[in-house]
Unconditional design. Structure first.
Length: 117
């Protein structure tokens, strides 16, 4: 994460898009019952990575961090909101799906961390 913190804006400007593409692909099957174990793994790993990067940028106050956080909020606000929506819907229905539950927890953490209280 330290490497990403130092080099993200300059050397990895497309990282948000690289994380967004698999997230959107996974979202298309989330909650439908048609997702594979590979899709589930990609979904959870992508959400974990987004959370880890957000935590890293918030823990170290660097000028580039503000730019990165703004980009992450812009790129991930809607898809993470979709994960929260699916999670809430499945919880209301009483569906016991550990992947959706874990994805929902990661999405909730992202909102809590990135958007603040």
């Amino acid at each position: 994460m330290t490497v990403a913190r130092i080099e993200l804006p300059k050397h990895f400007p497309n990282l948000p898009q690289l994380l967004l593409n698999p997230l959107l692909t996974c979202l298309s099957t989330l909650g439908s019952g048609s997702s594979s174990s590979n899709t589930n793994t990609v979904l959870l790993n992508t959400l974990w990575t987004i959370n880890a990067l957000v935590k890293e940028y918030l823990s170290v106050k660097v000028a580039s961090g503000v730019e990165v956080m703004r980009k992450f909020e812009e790129v991930f606000h809607e898809p993470v909101g979709q994960v929260l929506h699916v999670w809430a819907e499945k919880e209301r229905e009483g569906v016991d799906d550990w992947v959706i539950a874990e994805a929902g927890r990661y999405a909730f953490k992202w909102v809590e961390i990135a958007c603040g209280p």
